[in-house]
Design a binder for this molecule. Structure first.
Ligand SMILES: C[S@@+](CC[C@H](N)C(=O)[O-])C[C@H]1O[C@@H](n2cnc3c(N)ncnc32)[C@H](O)[C@@H]1O
Length: 239
């Protein structure tokens, strides 16, 4: 049987990425985490949709955090929600190692981690409608105008989010760059697949569940505001 043809362009043709692999040294503890804990928590990237029931050994609603950095928010959320299965996607290995150490200390069973470009994970590894909640907190702002094209939140990426998020599911975002906050709002509001949960103002109050991360603290030091957005995945005519 020939596999179904994908509508998405082959990943190799993508030249503009939302990240650069930072050198950032792994500490010895993070390296140990990668060696010893990756077999329990890590999921290798695959071009085939993952069997999430098998990966977690149960059926449960699923949340996905994209670009979790050092994993503070993901760790806290996963601990607070044993009823959910949580998946983190991050390209920065030291961050992954840091999260694995926290997961081990907390004895988490409901967490899996993919160390790969989220664009390809959304395109290929996650089945349509397989996720109930997506978090994207403080994505790289790429604040210079010539770098805006690297920002994660673009119309094509929003289509990928809509693909994996189940109808009725929630997309939560936060940023400390006003220009990016306005771009997020403009781009996601324009998608027929999402309804803004705060249609009047566009932004919601900071969720108490979201712990202060290193990036948010840095924004505070720089005197930045913080903008939180929340959207519901609605059924769109193209579905
Ligand atoms: C500014 S940091 C924020 C980290 C974290 N969310 C926080 O609030 O502290 C953005 C993170 O997104 C990751 N990232 C950027 N593009 C990504 C992509 N396409 N796939 C996976 N991770 C990505 C970066 O490696 C970085 O760790």
């Amino acid at each position: 049987m020939t596999p179904e043809k994908s509508q998405d362009p082959p990943p190799s043709r993508r030249t503009v990425r939302s990240f650069v692999i930072r050198g950032g040294r792994q500490t010895a503890a993070q390296q140990r985490a990668m060696d010893e804990l990756w077999p329990s928590y890590g999921v290798e990237f695959s071009e085939q949709p993952a069997d999430l029931d098998r990966l977690f050994g149960r059926q449960a609603p699923r949340m996905l955090e994209i670009g979790f950095g050092a994993g503070e928010a993901l760790l806290a959320f996963t601990q607070a929600h044993p009823e959910l299965d949580c998946i983190g996607v991050e390209v920065h290995k030291p961050g992954v190692g840091h999260l694995l150490l926290g997961a081990e200390a907390a004895g988490l069973k409901n967490l899996r981690v993919i160390c790969h470009d989220a664009v390809e994970v959304l395109q290929q590894q996650l089945a349509p409608g397989s996720i109930q909640l997506i978090h994207i907190f403080f994505p790289d702002p790429w604040h210079k105008k010539r770098h805006h094209k690297r920002r994660l939140i673009q119309p094509e990426f929003v289509e990928l989010l809509a693909r994996v998020l189940a109808v009725g599911g929630t997309l939560r975002l936060a940023t400390d760059w006003e220009h990016y906050a306005l771009q997020m709002r403009e781009v996601i509001d324009a998608s027929a697949a999402f309804a803004n949960d705060a249609p009047e103002t566009g932004f919601v109050a900071r969720s108490e569940e979201r712990p202060l991360t290193r990036f948010e603290r840095r924004g505070q030091r720089l005197g930045h505001g913080v903008w939180d957005l929340s959207y519901t995945r609605v059924s769109s005519p193209s579905q």
